[in-house]
Design a protein around this ligand. Sequence first.
Ligand code: ADP
Ligand code: MG
Length: 729
Amino acid sequence: MSMLRFKVVKDGFSKKAVPVEEPTERPSDYFGKYVFNREKMFTYLPKKTYDALVDAIDNNKPLNREIADSVAAGMKKWALEMGATHYTHWLHPLTDGTAEKHDSFIEHDGKGGVVEEFSGKLLIQQEVDASSFPNGGIRNTFEARGYSAWDISSPAFIVGRTLCIPTVFISYTGESLDYKTPLLRAINSVNKAATAVCQYFDENVKRVYSYLGWEQEYFLVDADLVTARPDLILTGRTLMGHESAKNQQLEDHYFGSIPSRVQAFMRDLEIEALKLGIPAKTRHNEVAPNQFELAPIYEETNLANDHNLLLMSLMKEVARRHNFRVLLHEKPFAGVNGSGKHNNWSLGTDTGVPLFTPGKTPESNLQFLVFIINVLSAVHKHNGLLKASISSATNAHRLGANEAPPAIISIFMGSQLSQVLEKLSSAPIEEILNIGGKSELKLDVSQIPELMIDNTDRNRTSPFAFTGNRFEFRAVGSSANCASAMIALNAAVANELMDFKKKVDALINSGEGKTEAIVTVIRNMFNECKNILFDGNGYSDEWKAEAERRGLDCETSIPLIFDRYLSPASVEMFKNTNVFSELELKARNEVKWEIYTKKVQIEARVLGDLALNHIVPVATRYQSVLLDNALKIKQLFSAEKAEILSRQDLDVIEKISGHIVAIREQVEEMVSARKVANKIECEREKAIAYHDTVAPLLDEIRRHIDKLELMVDNQMWPLPKYRELLFIR
Ligand code: ADP
Ligand code: MG
């Protein structure tokens, strides 16, 4: 690999990368340059304010007004020194991205001029018109007003010339209208529940952190080509396009060398990311041509998620600078792999103990097993909900498409750990406990992490896999807000841990020893949930049948999968953990169905337009060229010879006609299906209608267009083809 840094320059009509001088600064010099982190807090805040703020952050305490004013003053000073002119509350509404409304720092000074102002009040809370964001009817029922409030657990940062303050977004009556509020609630809930369980083993544990390390996959495409593809611009994916003769069949892209133009982009992106405190660590080519991945070092879940959202917008901006467009859609191209966003997730204590890593002592191994089994049980009970948490109109193209996790949630544990668990479930309890007459765990699991890492005991087809010290939730979509999956997972595990503790306490209260009580409860739990374990090929049809028999959720229709949020078990679980009220769940589902409908609707409109005014006219024109040719042959040659010479033309003419007729009919059918669906008032029913009657026609129409692409004169074809889009030159 080249050690040089590149910049891209125009060279006639093409672009080329030329080396630039290496910067002398190291990442450690500029990491977090644009972040109001603890180091800056210490420099810019009075000692008393600094102490109060750190205490509030570390111990989940509210900030009083006086301290807030002092924090705001210090933050303003820093921001102005960094050249910021505006500030914004940075929120995560129920759309794909983030939202911001910039306000300048200026205020009248009373003497005809202005001064830069920023008060604690502006820092802490602002009123936002909730009606301009998806809210699922909450504003109709109550009030249009919403509030954004500073999330002190995530530091403020500067993008361009704007100071961004991470905030939660709630309605006037306190319902969450965003992803961040429930994520913070879920993290809080798992912290409380896990801490209580950890105290069986170590009373010094006061807090348990949830960690997330995401791996972001994406495609890069030449900007000029994207401009010529209305489908990519408007829907993020190609709605048509025949497979390129060469795509990923040679498997030469994965971990291959990175093209220099792409390397220049990655360098630039990483430097920007590091300056914003995002610990970008790993980059590589992915399986499909033009597909890449970026992964940071894992962080506390809330911060990691902020960083992922920030990175996604950063990518779009940096890509433009390099004359690329980044595609975050889960399936931009048919026939090659789609993009996901693996969510590596773990829990760890404030005493530095990772809870999914086997320990060296029987005690710590028991703690490890407790946490593992609580996760298995949570995922088993809520497998349908977890699937709903990663489902969307866009991820639908990836799930179950034989390249990404199937639309059934199961867990891969690897053979070593499965053996230990099996022993726990079936061996006589004396065999599991009692070492030298004491009630201690005999199961030896201490070599497991080494074994796992050594023989890379991995199963790429599993949507949820244990990878030695963490779980990897692989079904998350590349464009998704990770919070959706992280809310469901952390809340479900929190609920399970609470339940577990109740059962253990009941046994202890009835006189059983602590270790025996714990072993008895996890053993029962394991026996009830072991159906969730599956180490085989998740893509196979046998697994679908087997999963059905095991009672796992096998639904594949996205609008119906969303129902899982409203099942009694989900409502109960979210209520117990204080993550969502039933009202919030209902409102959010309205938003999910509405977004699903709109995405399919937009695709249907774009495809209808492209089919009728790009493809059909061109196919017709080519057809008349052939007709013309056939006619001339007839005029010039004897009937017998003409018949032979024009046979193939006539053949193609007929085929083209067939496709044109089919496209016209199906577009008409799609328009009627949309009209019928649009009349449905209920968002759920409407989404179901779009799924059942509109979406399938998209594939049908595409099939005909892709056939035409192979027949029509290449010079006439109005859109860049896959072979151009997928290979960066
Ligand atoms: P892969 O081999 O799956 O690509 P990597 O080793 O590159 O995995 O790690 C993927 C992600 O997992 C990274 O973001 C990494 O920081 C994160 N990760 C590693 N250990 C943990 C952990 N204990 N908890 C959460 N995330 C973790
Ligand atoms: Mg991974």
